[in-house]
Design a protein around this ligand. Structure first.
Ligand code: NAD
Length: 979
């Protein structure tokens, strides 16, 4: 606080006391909530149960879920619930009654008539309102249109009904004159299903197309519109759109608009300064709803999971301090930014009032806002003090309202909650009114020192990141004539034949050309690797690991360039390309760490006997990689082989040989000795068999299709006369991955997750979902929303940041997928086929296709297509769904969306795949966290990026030394074990 610093403190305390006095006896809290809050375990299980309650069909379903949720935290209570359906009706009715009661506390109405009645009740208490329409999260353009039209009809219907209500000067006028009675709050993410900060221009254009008619109608009807603030990632874009539209001629002088700004974010004050400058240049004020912020937990989790800086204050008192600072700024600049201070915290309210008094701003020039169903006594106390209080009033159906309800329940019951402290725990008033600046911050514990951390993915909500990607693309596109010769034994080798790399998004654009190795080149590469073997094997493991760390740093320093190459060469959209580069970096760092662990002394000694367990390099490794994770997979297999002491012949896929050349360059520039990494692009069918059958090759690490993997397995398992070892074969192959959709699943999450898993990178991920198995009744609702979600995906060239579905890799893939689609039409119902439009002649595009009524035994449900084709299968119950899911020859990834704890547990036991994902998409495994790989015909049971992987590249040895000499036994018996 800068206005009067500590001088204002006595006044703040006095006002705070006055509010507390007005609040009266601090009671009033739902007895059910009180019970729930006694135990954190019960609380979280009951909130989870409440979350899924609206979708449960029938009383036995409700009782079953309640039992499943209570069992781990209150087994005695759970046992009281009948398992045979008796009394189920009663229990279900009671649960529904209680949940609806809770919902009614926080959600004002389910339809417009009820909303008007709720408004009347509020106005009788001299409370103003802002209406918020609760909706499902918008996963398609159709849903965004529906959201828009609901707002438009509110604006049409409500003003005349509100006009009939008697005027209340406190609510309907401010210092400048009448203020709108109808006040609406809306979320921009609901106006455009593809709202994404990676594409600010496209998102702005699409949102504005739907926002303008709402603003226009609101202005004509004399209503007020406030934009809500959502996740931090959307903040800059939301402010940008707000400012853009309000600078348009039509809206430039309009003042009945506002935006929410969150004080729990570290950069809020800067945003307010910018908004004030902007409002000045606009020439008309706007309202700012200053909130603390409702997404605190999720902001922390998202930042933690991605390794990004945490955007929110981690200590609540810091948010409280920031709120006071921001409130002061708003009050001081109230002529430009009208303050709407949204808080239930009496200290924050008192501080704002003291500042306003000090700066002498009229009471009507600011208002307070609070949530429906919360802090009612505080609202009443402020009204008594002659202050305008506006109630954020959500309305809508219970099902879409569940997310809102659970957020409120969590907020009310959170340990950090002012209301909990003040109204339940009866913390003394002095403590509640304490200056947050004097509260000792809980210093966050120093982060533990960890031997491995993941490379953070690019945060494309940041302009610097977007700019870096854009300029890398521009630079790389200028290099389309570059040639990339082979590298054998550290020397560049030119070839007669070349592999021309073509941009699949624009087939008339070249990306570069790579040497095409001959059989002689292949033999020479194996010889060079063999030549390098002994020295490399005897290089200390630590030095080999250091090389990988240097490569990781090199890749990290060149990440935008490498991502740009992937976008151009493989048609990877920005985020996917960036994730692939980050994964390659992770593989290097992770295997470096793992090798150091494996190289540490190990063995179990007994007196007189030293045992040393150690690992030995195998020999020449041939690495054969696919194009779909063009850097990560090639780099992962190569890094594992190298760090284990095995020189590599690196054979990239034909379609991704340019990016592979940059990987070879990285190894060379980071100091890999000649012959340790040999770059051998070439035609798989020509040089593959030479490498695989070569007697000097000790191991083959292959990732690719089942057909090629099985044939490599067969060839390499034959021992030819010149060979003195059994070859080690690692094969990672395809999948026919299923997601089971249980009948109690959260459809918002499931539709988004299935869409991303099935159509991300045009379905060309080994982990992609190609089958959805819907249990029972949920099938219809799923199909409808899924089709609309697929229809809303933007099909575009990969360099367009808006691209959600890019091209497939090449002409051969395109025609193979097209013929799979044609055959599928004969056995299943084509429920959706997207359209490519003018892009059809530009590149290898295939739009998303969804088939319904699919026979689980048909080719469509059994064979990998490797494109944007999804089969939807219906199952009668969960058991049948599991049987169908397991009923292919593959076992790579699988997913389940369910809110039944018992079904989730059952799937952990019985859904037999290498990588099972619960309530999330099936793609995007992260090194170290999700070791990746399958079994059955998906692979021989190795998981990349996990603790077992390196061992496949090594030979275990055990050395035993008898240390007894004529009865003399050394005391410690361990010296022989030291490295
Ligand atoms: P692909 O099998 O056609 O090619 C993979 C590699 O094998 C390429 O480098 C190719 O040149 C080489 N090759 C082709 N014929 C060969 C032969 N006769 N001998 C030796 N090598 C030969 O696969 P792709 O199209 O590059 O990749 C897509 C496939 O990879 C899909 O089936 C996908 O599921 C699978 N994949 C699996 C994983 C996994 O981790 N399980 C990961 C990515 C991709």
């Amino acid at each position: 606080m800068t206005v009067a610093g500590e001088q204002l403190e006595p006044r703040i305390q006095a006002i705070g006391q006055e509010i507390f006095a007005g609040v009266g006896g601090r009671r009033r809290f739902d007895p059910l909530m009180k019970f729930v809050m006694r135990d954190e375990g019960i609380k979280s299980q009951l909130f989870r149960f409440v979350d899924c309650l609206p979708v449960l069909r029938g009383s036995s379903d409700v009782t079953r879920h309640l039992r499943e949720y209570l069992d781990p935290v209150a087994p005695n209570l759970a046992r009281l619930l009948p398992s045979d359906g008796s009394a189920g009706g009663l229990i279900a009715a009671a649960a529904n009654f209680a949940a609806r009661g809770m919902a009614r506390t926080f959600i004002a109405a389910t339809d417009v008539d009820q909303a008007v009645r709720a408004i009347q009740r509020l106005r009788r208490q001299r409370l103003a309102f802002t209406l918020d329409l609760l909706g499902e999260s918008v996963v398609s353009e159709r849903e965004a249109e529906q959201y828009q039209s609901q707002y438009l009809s509110l604006i049409q219907m409500l003003p005349s009904r509100l006009a009939k209500l008697p005027e209340d000067r406190l609510l309907d006028r401010d210092a400048l004159g009448p203020i709108p009675r109808l006040n609406l709050s809306l979320k921009l993410s609901s106006l455009y299903s593809q709202f994404d900060p990676i594409d600010p221009m496209g998102s702005t254009g699409a949102v504005l197309n739907r926002l303008r008619p709402i603003l226009r109608a609101a202005r004509n009807a004399g209503a007020f519109v406030n934009l809500d603030m959502e996740n931090h990632a959307l903040k800059d874009l939301t402010i940008h759109i707000f400012q853009t539209v309000l600078m348009e001629e039509e809206f430039r002088d309009w003042t009945n608009v506002g935006i929410a700004i969150q004080a729990y974010l570290r950069g809020t004050l800067d945003d307010l300064h910018n908004l004030a400058d902007w409002a000045k240049s606009r020439g008309a004020p706007v309202w700012i709803r200053l909130v603390k912020g409702a997404y605190w937990d999720i902001e922390r989790v998202i930042a933690d999971q991605n390794g990004w800086p945490i955007p929110v204050f981690t200590d609540k008192s810091e948010s409280d301090v920031n709120f006071e600072d921001c409130a002061e700024f708003l009050i001081a600049n109230h002529a430009l930014l009208h303050p709407a201070l949204a808080t239930h915290n009496i200290r924050s309210i008192a501080a704002s009032l003291a500042m306003a008094e000090h700066l002498k701003i009229p009471p009507e020039a600011m208002e307070f806002q609070m949530l429906f169903g919360m802090a009612d006594p505080i609202k009443a106390a402020l009204v008594k003090m002659g202050r305008r209080v506006r109630v954020y009033t959500p309305f809508g159906r219970l099902l879409p309202g569940m997310a809102y309800l659970v957020r409120r329940l969590l907020e009310n019951s959170s340990n950090e909650s002012f209301l909990r402290a003040g109204f339940i725990e009866h913390v003394p008033v002095e403590k509640l009114l304490m200056n947050p600046r004097n509260i000792q911050h809980r210093r966050p514990a120093a982060p533990p020192i960890v031997p491995f951390t993941n490379e953070p993915p690019g945060d494309f909500s940041l302009q610097v990141v977007r700019d870096a990607m854009k300029s890398a693309l521009e630079n790389f596109e200028k290099q389309s004539d570059t040639e990339y010769p082979l590298i054998i034994g550290g020397k560049s080798v030119r070839t007669e034949q070349w592999i021309q790399s073509v941009n699949p998004s624009h087939t008339n654009r070249n990306v570069g050309r790579c040497g095409s190795a001959t059989v002689d080149n292949a033999n020479a590469a194996v010889a060079a690797a063999k030549n390098a073997f002994f020295e490399w094997r005897d290089t200390p493991a630590n030095a080999r690991a250091d090389l990988l760390d240097r490569v990781a740093n090199y890749l990290s320093a060149h990440r935008w360039h490498l991502s740009a190459v992937e976008v151009c060469e493989c048609g990877k959209p920005w985020r996917e390309a960036d994730a692939d580069v980050a994964e390659a970096i992770d593989f290097c760092r992770y295997y470096a760490w793992q090798m150091r662990l494996l190289a540490a002394p190990n063995g179990q000694n007994v007196p007189g006997e030293l045992n040393r367990w150690t690992y030995e390099s195998r020999g020449v490794a041939v690495v054969i990689a696919p194009w779909n994770f063009p850097l990560a997979i090639l780099c992962g297999m190569t890094a594992a082989a190298i760090v284990a002491g095995n020189p590599v012949v690196m054979k990239p896929a034909e379609q991704s040989s340019v990016i592979a050349a940059y990987l070879a360059k990285a190894f060379s520039e980071c100091g890999a000795p000649a012959g340790v990494v040999n770059y051998l692009p070439g035609i798989g069918e020509e040089i593959g068999p030479v490498l695989v059958n070569h007697p000097d090759v000790a191991m083959i690490a292959f990732t690719g299709s089942r057909a090629v993997g099985l044939s490599i397995n067969e060839q390499a398992s034959k021992t030819i006369p010149q060979q003195d070892h059994v070859k080690r074969i690692i094969t990672e192959m395809g999948g026919k991955n299923a997601i089971i959709l249980d009948d109690d699943a959260d459809l918002d999450d499931a539709v988004a997750g299935i869409t991303a898993s099935a159509f991300g990178y045009a379905g060309q991920k080994c982990s992609a979902c190609s089958r959805v198995i819907a249990v029972g009744e949920v099938h219809h609702a799923l199909l409808e929303r899924l089709i609309e979600s697929a229809r809303s995906l933007k099909i575009a060239p990969a360099e367009d940041p808006a691209c959600k579905v890019g091209p497939v890799i090449d002409a051969e893939a395109k025609s193979r997928i097209e013929s799979a689609i044609e055959s599928a039409k004969k056995t299943a119902r084509l429920a959706y086929a997207g359209e490519i439009g003018p892009l059809a002649t530009e590149g290898y595009y295939i739009a998303p296709h969804i088939f319904a009524d699919v026979d689980p035994k048909s080719a469509l449900a059994q064979e990998e297509i490797f494109g944007p084709v999804l089969a939807v299968i219906r199952a009668r119950n969960f058991e049948e769904a599991l049987e169908i899911a397991n009923g292919t020859r593959y076992a790579l990834t699988g997913g389940i969306y369910s809110r039944s704890p018992a079904h989730i547990e059952q799937s952990k036991r019985e859904f037999r795949v290498g990588n099972l994902y619960i309530n999330r998409k099936t793609t995007g495994a992260i090194v170290g966290r999700q070791p990746f790989g399958g079994f059955k015909l998906s692979g021989a049971g190795t998981q990349a990026g996990g603790p077992d992987y390196l061992r496949h590249f090594l030979l275990p040895r055990c050395i035993t030394e008898n240390t007894i000499r004529h009865g003399f036994i050394p005391a410690d018996g361990v010296e022989g074990c030291e490295d």
